[in-house]
Design a protein around this ligand. Structure first.
Ligand code: ADP
Ligand code: MG
Length: 605
């Protein structure tokens, strides 16, 4: 095919795709412009997930008619007075690409009024620019985008559902709001106010965005070195999240998603939190503008540090220090971590046992057992475990525990007879064939609770236990919205909630199976689970994830002493439960060490 030079509108639409890939990107660019214009208040309105309409209004400097005409041209910016500035950028924008890009793929209308002049407006639709005309409006700027990608329908296919797109757009504002605490923000989605933040100091803003529970669990982080200043809050290891979404790094007032922060957090919290959990932090790094290159990513969400290892070192040492101070001497480190067996001592266990499958195993799924002992990490070293009723007898859909095992033979009980509890965490049992069985009581109970909840759900709904006094749980409004959007599904799981203002949820009932659990951490985890799964996932999948969360919260903790009867009851229920060999997180619930394995370990053959 012969080469041809693309018509300008086509070229612009292609280039626009780099900047404007979804409504969240539009929102981010427009809010950044408002902040660069010195706004003190920014209001965002979303409709149809921001695909149908995005409006961003600010009370910033505004533009005169000449500037307005230029603002929608490509590579027109007021923020780079000379070339050398490119290496010390202090504004959020600098490329002059956002407005023309939005205008190339959607319908853009801007109304703006400088402090000492009149209001003017301009329209750009699918890359066609209209004339600047007089208009009416308050000082500041109002930018409206409608019908995203109407001019490039092919790109519409890459958008997710309106709800996911709205969520991402709100998240974009949250991140900017964290970086700019002194500015007021308001977000309205489908007519509902989902974020309302008054101008505040940094600590208050963090608290408003990450929630009071985070603030209560957080310690200050502060450090200075080589012209860099680090400040912020990090949560103690007892407060973790199911995902890494609440790890915030702000560099020179620019929220960035940086691998560096993730790595630093992972290193700093190593050995302090359970595998699969994620620390939470909001950290602010200030460094000279020429020590960082913000011009490496089309959407400016990543950056490059001139001295990456210095930044990493600063983050890790500051976090370590904050955690050590925060933990103090008074709060004991979680006892269990001190006993975590060194891998070498367990290495002999790693080989899957070729041992004979215990009788009845195939039917109960025990055949899936793997002796892969990543020593089941102690559950998050949270506050002392509430005295939960074990409730082994409670879940009715499960077969009633058979009569106590006969002492000698073990009969049809492949997990055998409980001999002892070790470290208040593991049950040691002797299988009928003489094999040694070790059960992780929390993992096992979690799986049983999970299966019982699932069985109740299939039967028509999980039984709910109404609370005598409804509990009020404070949480960020985005989380509240996520939970309320799923309220119907949660009701089927026995968790009855209602809205209670923008930043709180009222809990009316909990799944009966969980016993008297604290709803706050449970709701927090559920909100995260929903955020992580977002839209694309079918309800079934989300329900299942929610069940796993419920089961985890409702299960007997490691560290709880069990009576011999409770131990045997747990073993019998495991035998009667499908998929009992792994917990809801996929870790094994028990290990088996057969006679042959023992002989091998002792070098007897
Ligand atoms: N909300 C606003 N208030 C005042 N001026 C604005 C606003 N939005 C955009 N502008 C002006 O329009 C120019 C172009 O904006 P944009 O395309 O986002 O590029 P950039 O932000 O990279 O300069 C900006 O440099 C600024 O002068
Ligand atoms: Mg801009």
């Amino acid at each position: 095919m012969p080469i041809r030079v693309l018509p300008e509108t086509t070229a612009n639409r292609i280039a626009a795709g780099e900047v404007v890939e979804r409504p969240a990107a539009v929102v981010k660019e427009l809010v950044e412009n408002a902040l660069d214009a010195g706004a003190t208040r920014v209001a965002v309105t979303l409709e149809e997930g921001g695909i149908g309409r995005v409006v961003v209004e600010d009370d910033g400097a505004g533009m005169g008619p000449g500037d307005l005409d230029l603002a929608v041209e490509r590579h027109a910016t007021s923020k780079l007075p000379d070339e050398a500035m490119l290496f010390r950028i202090a504004t959020l924008g600098f490329r002059g690409e956002a407005l023309p890009s939005i205008g190339a793929v959607a319908r853009l209308s801007i109304t703006t009024r400088p402090r000492d002049g009149d209001a003017h407006a301009i329209l750009v639709e699918g890359g066609r620019k209209g004339c600047v005309s007089p208009a009416a409006g308050a000082p500041g700027t109002r930018v409206e985008m409608r019908d995203l990608f109407y001019a490039v329908p092919a790109r519409r296919k890459f958008l997710k559902s309106p709800r996911s797109e709205a969520e991402a757009a709100i998240e974009a504002v949250r991140r900017l709001a964290l970086a700019w605490p002194g500015i007021g923000f308001r977000v309205t989605n489908e007519g509902r106010e989902v974020l309302a933040l008054a101008p505040a100091d940094r600590e208050t803003r963090i608290r408003d965005l990450l929630g009071p529970d985070f603030a209560a669990a957080a310690v200050p982080v502060a450090a200075e070195a080589g012209g860099m200043t680090l400040a912020g809050l990090a949560a103690l290891p007892a407060y973790t999240r199911a995902t890494g979404t609440e790890q915030h790094l702000v560099v020179n007032r620019r929220p960035v998603r940086d691998l560096l922060l993730r790595t630093a957090l992972r290193v700093a919290y190593r050995d302090l939190i359970a595998a699969g959990r994620h620390p939470v932090a909001a950290l602010f790094l200030e460094l000279p503008p020429d020590a960082v290159d913000v011009n490496v990513h089309p959407m400016k969400t990543e950056l490059r540090f001139r001295d990456e290892s210095a930044v990493r070192g600063l983050l890790i040492s500051a976090l370590r220090r904050a955690l050590a101070v925060g933990a103090g001497e008074a709060v004991p480190t979680p006892a269990l971590t001190q006993y975590t067996p060194r891998p070498s001592a367990w290495s002999g266990w790693r080989r899957p046992a070729p041992a004979p499958i215990p009788r009845g195993a195939a039917a109960t799924g025990l055949a899936d057992v793997q002796l892969d002992l990543a020593p089941a990490a102690p559950s998050a070293p949270a506050a002392p475990a509430p005295a939960l009723p074990l409730g082994f007898a409670a879940p009715r859909p499960m077969p009633a525990p058979p009569p106590a095992p006969s002492e000698a033979s073990g009969g049809d009980h492949p997990l055998g007879r409980a001999l002892a509890q070790i470290l208040d965490t593991y049950i040691l049992a002797e299988a009928p064939d003489g094999a040694l069985v070790l059960v992780d009581q929390h993992a096992a109970h979690e799986r049983l609770t999970h299966e019982a909840l699932r069985a109740q759900l299939v039967e028509g709904g999980v039984r709910a236990q109404p609370l005598l006094l409804p509990a009020v749980v404070d949480m960020p409004s985005a989380d509240t919205a996520r939970l309320l959007d799923n309220a119907e599904a949660l009701a089927r799981l026995g968790l009855e909630i209602e809205g209670f203002g923008a930043g709180a949820v009222l809990v009316r009932a909990l799944p009966a199976l969980l016993g008297p659990a604290d709803p706050a951490p449970l709701l927090r985890d559920l909100a995260e689970e929903f955020a992580a799964f977002a839209e694309a996932t079918a309800l079934e999948r989300r329900l299942d994830a929610a069940i796993a969360r419920l089961a985890c919260h409702g299960s007997v903790r490691a560290g709880r002493r069990l009576t011999p009867e409770e131990m045997d009851a747990l073993l019998r229920q495991m035998e009667a439960t499908p998929r009992a060999a792994t917990c809801s997180h996929g870790r094994p619930t028990f290990l088996r060490l057969g006679a042959a394995e023992l002989e091998r370990l002792f070098g007897r053959r």
